[in-house]
Write a protein of this length. Structure first.
Length: 286
């Protein structure tokens, strides 16, 4: 017998609005889509959400802050309601290694920088004994918290089968497609892939002149993202330094140290913009 869903509570990290990211967008657009179907949706950014009795399903977003998500999930579990988790998952091992190599490279003399960047490309350098595929020192508690979150939800909603596979390998658990016909080994969970959507109409009908008229620039390399080490903006800026290609960076800049590094590497023709509204972003892409 299928469960009738009339009300959903969406739960995200406490700073999801003040430091918005992809999880914020995914949550709000999912909320909009469900509301168009007549399903009532509320949002909680509380670490221990309460007042859960009026909901039919609880939907948590993000597995990257497991110290927070575990508290949220354990509080939600007390309500005895189904819990879905949009995992938004990636393994931090290679990123943590690359972040340290890049920081070291751009703090070095030019000759050493070139050597380090080539070693980065070849994955042939160790930083404090850590290589690209070795576990991060002290990460055991972090990974265990992620594993506990997964154990305490009813359904995982990765954006792809590859994400589900990476999650299973990184956390050393079994995840099975929903309806697989058998139970996953503990700890483990079922998953159903929910690809990220796009606003087809906004991008299909975009007019490039809107952006060109406002900013006076065209034929450029565009990055529409928060300034974050994971976005690899420092290496992009360095790579474009001698190409003459205009670079447009449109996004929130919440990390002053990383912003300073990127600014120090930007080519002269770079343009820095704040986060663009959807119509202007679509025009920039057009």
């Amino acid at each position: 017998m299928e469960r009738t869903i009339k009300r959903v509570l969406m739960v995200n990290r406490p700073d999801a609005y003040t430091v918005p990211g992809g999880d914020t967008v995914q949550m709000l657009r999912t909320k909009e889509a469900l509301e168009r179907r007549g399903i009532e949706c509320d949002v909680s950014l509380d670490v221990e959400p309460d007042g859960l009795g009026r909901y039919d399903v609880l939907h948590v977003f993000n597995l990257q802050n497991p110290d927070i998500q575990l508290k949220q999930v354990l509080a939600l579990r007390k309500a005895g309601l189904p819990i879905a988790l949009s995992t938004i998952f990636w393994d931090h091992k290679e990123f943590d290694w690359a972040r340290q190599v890049i920081t070291g490279a751009f703090g070095s003399a030019p000759a050493d920088r070139a050597t380090l960047l080539q070693a980065l490309a070849d994955r042939d350098v160790a930083v404090n004994g850590q290589r690209w595929n070795t576990p991060i020192r002290g990460s055991e508690a972090y990974v265990e918290a992620q594993r506990e979150v997964v154990k305490n939800v009813d359904l995982l909603l990765p954006n792809s089968h590859t994400e589900a596979k990476n999650l299973a390998e990184s956390l050393d658990i079994e995840v099975l497609p929903h309806g697989a016909g058998k139970m996953p080994a503990l700890p483990g969970a079922f998953y159903r892939v929910v690809p990220n959507g796009i606003d087809v109409a906004t991008f299909r009908d975009a007019d490039p002149t809107l952006f060109v008229t406002r900013y006076g620039i065209q034929d450029f390399v565009l990055v529409a993202a928060r300034w974050d080490e994971r976005k690899n903006l420092a290496l992009l800026a360095a790579a474009l330094a001698d190409t003459g290609l205009p670079l447009v960076l449109a996004g929130h800049r919440p990390f002053p140290d990383y912003e300073a590094l990127v600014r120090s590497l930007l080519p002269a023709q770079a343009r820095i913009l704040d986060r663009l509204e959807p119509d202007m972003l679509a025009s920039a892409y057009a």
